[in-house]
Write a protein that binds this ligand. Sequence first.
Ligand code: 3PG
Length: 208
Amino acid sequence: MADITNILQISPVIPVVTIDDPQHAVSIARALADGGVRIIELTLRTGSALTSLELIAREVPDILIGAGTILTPAQADAALAAGAQFLVSPGTTPALLNHMLTLDVPILPGVATVGEAMAVMDQGLETMKFFPAGPAGGPDYLAAIAAPMLHVQFCPTGGISLRTAPDYLKLPNVSCVGGSWLTPRDAIDSQDWPRLTELAKQAATLRG
Ligand code: 3PG
């Protein structure tokens, strides 16, 4: 099992993907992999998200599939049972973090402030999602906390685009960014898989 530090090196951008129709799941994952992006954070924001997760985990082995939008311990368990290879939460509560730490899976807990990051560090973790990155202070905020939080690495997500991603990726405390721009809803609705591959290709080359 890869650890979270290695997972964040897979791609400069982790696509944050929401899938309404599980019939699209495998095509979406293959399109991203074809573009060189071999990791997905699949959000648990649709009723069928776990079905999509299960399909990708089974049918697209060259993609590392994680579950995002984990809000409760029960969701963490369900995502793991469906085949999630890592778990991402938008924020962190003691109950959720304590539970995720009992599971045998890499986790990326979400934080938006220094105090929240310190609470996660108290539990021995130094790798976190910074969410919602844009509204929470953007690259300036992350740059300002790099020195005091010397060993912490972030995956900022929320409000990031192909244009703004480099502002984050150049920071010493940013391993990769997350974003939904690689899987636009209209492209999924029209099953325009080549467009997803093209967006993935652009994202894959962002880190020099
Ligand atoms: C997330 O859950 O990380 C965000 O919804 C992704 O944010 P974005 O849609 O602004 O990229």
